[in-house]
Write a protein that binds this ligand. Structure first.
Ligand SMILES: NC(=O)C1=CN([C@@H]2O[C@H](COP(=O)(O)OP(=O)(O)OC[C@H]3O[C@@H](n4cnc5c(N)ncnc54)[C@H](O)[C@@H]3O)[C@@H](O)[C@H]2O)C=CC1
Ligand SMILES: CC(=O)[C@](C)(O)C(=O)O
Ligand SMILES: [Mg+2]
Ligand SMILES: [Mg+2]
Length: 335
């Protein structure tokens, strides 16, 4: 491919477009906490907006914020960042944000779902842009505190001010994202690739492959503890090697026996049929069918999601992992 993505780093970006702006972070969960803390530590003016007192409210207070009711945070804000769950954003927008929208306000997203699938359709006199971290919230915070940053995608949906990209990059910088890099994309590309990625590999694929390998060993009569270390615990070490040194670095660290078995058997397990299913899953995202299904599931109280969590919590692999936690913790490097 000849296309080369536009990537911005710290030296291409400035916090100036966000200086003096009142920023409302709505939600204080996985991403909300990381964003509120990183933006505040970068010198920006952050208010946390929440629906009600509860766990998030207490956590925000413990972190030194004075949370406000969502609409009170929004009324005062120049910039509103949506960090409540994707399925909750539409209602929060309709009831707590839309009534207080003023020309020149900014609506910011960490994932494009609600804009791309038109669950939220903002008026044309506000800016709508995205800063999407390519990593879980707690890691976004941890990397920032340690002087690094999780890479982000930035995209502009509406550019009323003519300055939307500069503002997205300022937020990306304050989050720590440009310490690594901010890649320019579109709401469509971010939304679809994020969903395809989490379903086929990051969350769905990896989890099910680990589970299938674990259960196969146990069914064959091997001890669950041995199966757990082999098929679940050791994966982190292999992935860390790939993360640090690429596939070639990982291959250099494992035996020739593992390399030979890996090249031959890997392709039999993840074969043409698997690739066909990956394409099918990706098409289901691209056609909007997945979004439709998830919205419908959410409307019925998310029974499939609850059942998945309950089954995983009770599974032999999770129980075995809990039993081995002490050993795993004892072995973890101390610095
Ligand atoms: N979890 C992650 O690491 C990533 C999330 N994102 C995106 O960030 C956004 C936020 O996701 P998470 O941080 O996972 O959310 P979360 O599930 O951790 O959010 C919880 C927060 O939202 C509040 N909340 C829960 N239900 C609510 C409701 N019905 N109405 C209003 N507030 C409610 C909770 O009190 C809490 O403060 C989403 O758009 C997600 O796609 C993007 C990248 C990674
Ligand atoms: C952590 C992340 O980037 C995900 C998997 O896309 C998400 O939590 O939605
Ligand atoms: Mg993601
Ligand atoms: Mg996601």
């Amino acid at each position: 491919m000849s296309h080369i993505a536009k990537i911005y780093t710290d030296k291409d970006t400035t916090l100036d477009p966000m200086k003096g702006k009142k920023i409302a972070v709505l939600g204080y969960g996985s991403q909300g906490r990381a964003w509120a803390l990183n933006l505040r530590d970068s010198g920006l003016q952050v208010t946390v907006g929440l629906e009600r007192e509860g766990k998030s409210w207490e956590q925000a207070k413990a972190d030194g914020f004075t949370p406000k009711k969502t609409e009170d945070a929004v009324k005062d804000a120049d910039v509103v960042i949506f960090l409540v769950p994707d399925m909750a954003q539409r209602l929060v927008y309709r009831e707590r944000v839309q009534p207080y929208l003023r020309e020149g306000m900014d609506l910011v997203f960490a994932h494009g779902f609600n804009i791309h699938y038109r669950l939220i359709e903002p008026p044309s006199n506000v800016d709508v842009y995205m800063v999407a971290p390519k990593g879980p919230g707690p890691i976004v915070r941890d990397f920032y505190v340690k002087g690094g940053g999780v890479p982000v995608l930035v995209a502009v949906h509406q550019n009323h001010s003519g300055k939307a990209l500069e503002k997205a990059l300022a937020i990306a910088k304050a989050l720590g994202g440009t310490r690594a890099g901010a890649i320019e994309t579109t709401f469509k590309e971010e939304t679809e690739t994020d969903l395809i990625g989490e379903q086929t590999i990051l969350v769905g694929g990896v989890m099910e492959l680990m589970k299938a390998a674990f259960e196969t060993l146990v069914e064959m009569g091997y001890q669950p503890e041995v199966a757990y270390f082999e098929t679940i615990n050791e994966l982190k070490m292999i992935v860390d090697l790939i993360y640090d040194k690429g596939f070639m670095g990982m291959l250099r660290a494992v035996s020739d026996t593992a390399k030979y078995g890996g090249f031959t058997v890997g392709k039999q397990v993840i074969n043409e049929e698997t690739r066909r299913r990956l394409r099918e899953a990706a098409e289901k995202v691209r056609s909007g069918k997945f979004a439709e299904e998830w919205i419908e599931e959410y409307g019925r109280g998310s029974p499939t999601l609850s059942k998945g969590l309950e089954e995983m919590d009770k599974s032999l692999e999770e129980q075995t992992g809990r039993r081995l936690k002490e050993i795993i913790e004892r072995g973890r490097p101390k610095s």
